[in-house]
Design a protein around this ligand. Structure first.
Ligand SMILES: CC(C)(COP(=O)(O)OP(=O)(O)OC[C@H]1O[C@@H](n2cnc3c(N)ncnc32)[C@H](O)[C@@H]1OP(=O)(O)O)[C@@H](O)C(=O)NCCC(=O)NCCS
Length: 239
């Protein structure tokens, strides 16, 4: 009981430090702290080592910001978690409008989303996996995902999707720019992306991120789930 209480106090002290340092409301600081992996570390910590002081937790939080996530003006891109299943299903994976031009069909129920996230967590063990859940910095809400869907001649190919509620506010352009910067800083010199010709919003995001059109690809079937033929615009961006 004593340990639980001191942990609660430490967390609130850390949240206060974050609020003060980054000039945020307590509510915003709490949301941001709970989006970090420090909370998971504390939950897993049986030795009590992580809970030494709020300043130490602040340093762990800052380490998370610097090394394990992508921070942009409005967004925090972080690793997926199983708790993302509910908001992922609700916000984007169940929406046929979101999946219209994607290779996968919309999820019929949350069990499908849970299965996908469990697969993602398994894939995290592979260093080739580069995947982030896009969350709103202020509320912590997961609203989309961005990842490397493939490697072409060693260059990562980007894929992304966003909850329809947030379309046309420049959010994916912001997320994609952050993701490209992340990929370049990891040592890749070229990134690629493909979009179905009719997907005006995605082609526009790609253009705004500075990609150069290279060629078109004609597929007889969009994917194993979608039998329709598609034409893809293919782009690349060199560092
Ligand atoms: C494609 C997608 C990621 C775009 O995200 P977003 O956050 O809305 O993108 P942005 O707001 O950064 O930019 C969208 C641009 O497309 C434009 N746009 C969108 N629909 C348009 C339309 N029907 N006609 C003209 N322009 C359109 C917007 O006006 C905006 O351009 P602007 O900034 O010059 O005004 C989002 O719509 C999505 O998740 N779609 C479903 C998944 C998907 O298709 N993923 C792409 C796979 S390649």
């Amino acid at each position: 009981m004593e340990h639980v209480l001191s942990k609660t106090i430490l967390i609130s002290q850390t949240i206060e430090l974050i609020a003060k340092k980054y000039k945020l409301s307590i509510e915003e600081a709490r949301n941001r702290f709970y989006q970090s992996d420090v909370i998971e570390m504390l939950d897993d910590d049986e030795t009590g080592l992580y809970g030494e002081s709020a300043l130490y937790l602040l340093s762990l939080y800052e380490d998370f910001l610097k090394n394990k996530c992508i921070e942009t003006q409005r967004l925090l891109l972080r690793k997926p978690r199983i708790e993302d299943a509910e908001p992922m299903f609700r916000n984007w994976a169940s929406d046929p409008e979101v999946t219209k031009y994607l290779t996968w069909p919309s999820h019929e129920n949350i069990e499908v989303t849970k299965t996908i996230i469990n697969r993602w967590l398994e894939e995290e063990k592979d260093p080739k996996t580069i995947r982030f859940v896009i969350t709103l910095k202020n509320s912590g809400d997961p609203i989309g995902a961005i990842d490397v869907v493939n490697y072409i001649d060693g260059s990562p190919e980007i894929g992304y999707c966003l909850s329809r509620k947030y379309w046309n506010q420049g959010l994916m352009t912001e997320a994609c720019r952050g993701f490209i910067h992340h990929l370049f800083s990891r040592g890749f010199n070229k990134v690629r992306i493909k979009a179905v010709v009719e997907n005006i919003g995605s082609n526009r995001v790609i253009e705004k991120c500075g990609f150069k059109f290279t060629h078109q690809e004609h597929l007889e079937h969009q994917s194993s789930f979608k039998p329709n033929p598609v034409t893809l615009n293919c782009y690349e961006l060199v560092k």
